[in-house]
Design a protein around this ligand. Structure first.
Ligand SMILES: *Cc1c(COP(=O)(O)O)cnc(C)c1O
Length: 357
């Protein structure tokens, strides 16, 4: 069989061996409910709280500001709906962007059907929002700004610190979907004035079905799932102890040797982009040249059908992506290939997308 070269780390990553090893005992040896009083329950509780601390440390938060969820999508729902419902008396306006992940876009559309007003900011040809447009969109009714840290397809990194300053100045909550950024960029929620931040373990070599939401102390938000009192009464459901342990370990590992790893990733990315542009005619790099995720390359190949390209790459054992999504309306590449390099040469990733025309 052809060796698989995986270029789709924006879609998901393999769970690291060390992460899996830490998770395994919590399935069948230490299976106690983290809310139970006996010793195996207390062991589970301890593991959950250790993972919470590791997660908080990684983003510069306080331990009690981290809530575990079932995925990045749930974190986005909880952040946006949670703030909207708790603050609707103060105002009914939300500002987001046109290039958010569906977990944010569809949540905002859901709120629009319930009477909320949403402004979807445009992005420029490099995928960046305009800070002026953001500030102009603010009204006395605005309660929340939700802008993704980095885009999952074109990799563009938004001016998060500046957005945080604007939000703070206007006393508006600031949520960021940092699912692509965690593990790839250094993040400090206090320094960036972030009030809520979503992450997902399977995007940084942790398990699928495991997310977390940071909510700054004092932010008024409501739970959206009713049930038990888990996660300080903000997210009902028996804790996924193994998953939580996995997220904690994965985020810890992601920030070990971070600089060295990132340097290597950036040089591989830039080498790949320069080689494609040199060797293949009529290509265009989408997104921003420098303000992009270290492992992201997103390239349009003029006149090439994205789906056909993907199928041909698959025959060669290369996994890449080509997606049909919102940003395409603004960039209109004919077809694109996005790759997210990892250091192991036998595990590279490629995904292609068939684009809106
Ligand atoms: C993957 C992703 C999500 C969704 O995370 P899940 O854990 O798969 O629900 C949300 N936002 C962005 C930017 C993503 O890349």
């Amino acid at each position: 069989m052809e060796k698989i070269r995986y270029f789709d780390h924006a879609a998901t990553t393999a769970t690291k061996e060390e992460v899996l090893k830490e998770m395994l005992p919590y399935f069948n040896l230490n299976y106690g409910n983290a809310s139970s009083m006996y010793s195996i329950g207390r062991k589970s509780r301890k593991a959950v709280e250790e993972a919470r601390q590791k997660t908080a440390v990684a983003i510069g938060a306080e331990t009690k500001e981290v809530y575990f969820t079932s995925c990045g999508s749930e974190s986005d729902n909880l952040a946006i709906k949670g703030v909207a419902y708790a603050n609707h008396k103060r105002g009914n306006h939300i500002i987001t962007t046109k290039i958010e992940h569906p977990a944010v876009l569809h949540t905002c559309q859901h709120l629009e059907r319930e009477g909320f007003k949403v402004t979807y900011l445009n992005v420029n040809s490099e995928g960046l929002i305009s800070l002026n447009e953001l500030e102009e969109a603010i009204t006395p009714q605005t309660i929340l700004i939700s802008v993704m840290f980095a885009n999952n397809e074109i990799g563009t990194i938004q001016p998060i610190k500046e957005i945080g300053e604007i939000a703070k100045r206007h006393h508006i909550y600031f949520h960021t979907d940092a699912v692509q950024a965690i593990g790839n960029l250094r993040i400090n929620v206090k320094e960036y004035n972030i009030d809520l931040l979503s992450m997902s373990a399977h995007k940084f070599y942790g398990p699928k079905g495991m997310g977390a939401l940071y909510v700054k102390t004092g932010v008024d938000f409501e739970k959206i799932q009713d049930g038990g009192h888990q996660e300080r009464n903000m997210r009902a459901g028996t804790e996924n102890v193994a998953g939580i342990v996995g997220l904690g370990k994965a985020i810890e590992l992601a920030y070990e040797n971070f600089d060295k790893y990132n340097e290597k990733l950036i040089s591989l990315r830039d080498y790949y982009i320069s080689q494609v542009q040199e060797k293949i005619p009529n290509t265009k790099l989408n997104g921003h040249k420098e303000k992009r995720l270290p492992g992201n390359a997103n390239i349009s190949f003029e006149g090439v059908d994205g789906e056909a390209l993907l199928l041909n790459l698959d025959v060669k054992g290369i996994c890449a992506s080509s997606r049909f999504s919102m940003y395409i309306r603004f960039f209109r590449p004919i077809s694109c290939i996005s790759s997210n390099w990892i250091t192991k040469p036998n595990c590279t990733r490629v995904t292609t997308c068939n684009i809106w025309r």
